[in-house]
Design a protein around this ligand. Structure first.
Ligand code: XMP
Length: 517
């Protein structure tokens, strides 16, 4: 969509490494635009992409495996600089006339590399004792013609190799991971010295270009956006509003399962502050009516999902001439649908995409399709969204309904809302909010004995869940200091009527999940 705007771009061909997205993020952090495409991308398309440089990612295969994915040999003849990483460098050796053999031992973990030829790739990098991260089985034992060894380690005689004439380079280690401290410098040498890119990809430039293309696409039509209050939909709304002003119509459905103060905050920020046309629908009664007596979590999810669509459709029907539906689809959702089968293809998205558009007559507009989550946050900042919204933790669509075990009742919702608000307040006050992926209360369907004053109580139990994670695929319970946990527990028990016990969930995912239902 923004083709004309990203003149200088890098193409990453994905061979299935778990780190492929990380390569892209590092490059974007260096302010160069890049895209990930499957390694099977036809040569014609590669040419049309007009990359300043091409990166061949790592991958789980061995070049000797049957059916191992290969690079299209034409990629090396385009006159465009190429950098192979891990499996990418082995492919180079294998396909360009060198030799790769299966190593006896897999080399996995930290290693030390010495540079033999700095060239442009290792310019200004300390030549001895580079700390790098290795993760490979095979190793290169002879180089293709015209290649030279640029760096070695004890285990990898060709830890880096290159053909400086053709600007084709490869590294056996992973420059994209944090365990390779000089990795960013190496990647930047590739980008700026070898590919001669300029660091022009910034959120400021993105806003300018996105506005132009949104206007081009939408013309004089009206656009609808489902606002949830989460980061992605909030950024979409503000960006669209900047582009098309009053022709953007946001719909915010209060399903009665939101956090404390959520509906008010969304209205204050979007309607009052940004002056966006916000259609607020309070459908609490209908949601609670349909959820009455339902305990099964998947049934709850279905009911909530369906009623949301119904409510949204009804409201959208009242907005005349709406032709577009804006969605906060992010780049990782786009990549995995095209990725070569490998670990990078399996990152889950199931929860937050889909649903709305299929049955509706709208055309989609997805202005964040090219962005990673951290870029969306930067964009939000660029657009002047409050920090509270930008840094917000994810919150599930079915909301508090999946955080109470058993049927949803108004009383339990109130308990959960109050307990949850205390947790958020204390975690923020302790400076832990940013270290945590999600934190919340779960209301358990049991009662236990307690004593308050002189009275015996028989009240409910709140489980506190707080996890650290990078993508919700795996998560570990957060090591929140005891005194913070203590404060949370005291406050919940003292301030939330009906609760006399708080427990802390110390399970990791897997085998547990983040939510309880
Ligand atoms: P689990 O519980 O599977 O959650 O470890 C992983 C992430 O997904 C969120 N989640 C949901 N989000 N609708 C959503 O929009 C849902 O039904 C749902 N279930 C879980 C969860 O909060 C966590 O971030």
């Amino acid at each position: 969509m923004l083709d004309h705007l990203h003149q200088e771009r890098i193409l990453i061909l994905d061979f299935g490494s778990q780190y492929t997205q990380l390569i892209a993020r590092r490059i974007r952090e260096s302010h160069v635009y890049c895209e990930i495409h499957p390694c099977t991308m036809p040569l014609e398309e590669v040419k049309r992409f007009r990359a300043r440089g091409i990166i061949l990612s790592g991958g789980p295969s061995s070049v000797h495996d049957e059916g191992a994915p290969l690079a299209n040999p034409g990629v090396f003849d385009l006159g465009v600089p190429v950098l192979g990483i891990c499996y990418g460098v082995q492919l180079m050796a294998h396909q360009l006339g060198g030799r790769v053999e299966r190593a006896e031992r897999r080399e996995y973990g930290p290693a030390t590399v010495d540079i033999d030829i700095p060239g442009e790739l290792f310019r200004d990098i300390e030549p001895e004792g580079l700390r790098v991260w290795m993760s490979h089985g095979d190793r290169i034992i002879s180089l293709p013609p015209n290649f030279r060894i640029m760096a070695h380690s004890d285990n990898s005689p060709a830890a880096a190799m290159g053909d400086p004439e053709r600007l084709i380079f490869g590294v056996q280690f992973h420059p994209e991971v944090a365990h390779t401290p000089c990795g960013k410098d190496i990647l930047e040498n590739f980008l700026f010295r070898i590919c001669r890119c300029k660091p022009s990809w910034t959120m400021k430039s993105f806003v300018e270009s996105a506005i132009v293309s949104i206007r081009e696409k939408v013309g004089n039509d009206q656009v609808i956006c489902a606002l949830s209050g989460g980061v992605d939909s909030s950024v979409v709304a503000v960006l669209l509003h900047k582009a098309i002003g009053s022709r953007l119509h946001c719909i915010f459905v209060n399903n009665g399962l939101l956090r404390k103060g959520e509906a008010e905050t969304v209205q204050r920020v979007f309607r009052d502050h940004f002056e966006i046309d916000l259609n607020y629908v309070d459908a609490t009664d209908e949601f609670l009516r349909r959820l009455q007596g339902v305990s099964d979590p998947e049934t709850k999810r279905k009911i909530i999902g369906n009623l949301f669509i119904e409510t949204f459709e009804a409201q959208a029907g009242r907005i005349p001439d709406a032709r577009y539906l804006a969605q906060g689809t992010l780049y990782p959702d786009v990549i995995e649908s095209v990725s070569f089968k490998g670990p990078s293809a399996t990152i889950k998205t199931h929860h937050n995409v889909g649903g709305l558009p299929e049955r509706m007559k709208f055309k989609l507009i997805e202005p964040l399709r090219e962005l990673f989550k951290d870029e969306v946050r930067l964009l939000g900042r660029e657009l002047g969204l409050p920090e509270r919204i930008i840094m917000r933790h994810p919150f599930p669509g079915p909301g508090l309904a999946i955080r109470m075990i058993g049927p949803v009742t108004r009383n339990d919702l109130d308990i959960l809302r109050e307990a949850d608000a205390i947790i958020q307040e204390e975690i923020e006050a302790a400076g832990w909010y940013e270290h945590i992926w999600q934190s919340f209360a779960v209301l358990l369907p049991i009662r236990s004995v307690g004593v308050m004053g002189d009275e015996r109580t028989y009240d409910q139990v709140i489980a506190l869940r707080a996890v650290e994670s990078v993508d919700a695929m795996t998560a570990d319970w957060a090591r929140i200091p005891y005194d913070v946990l203590g404060r949370i527990s005291n406050r919940i028990i003292n301030e939330v009527e009906g609760v006399n016990r708080v427990v802390y969930d110390i399970s990791s995912k897997p085998p547990s999940t983040i939510e309880w239902e």
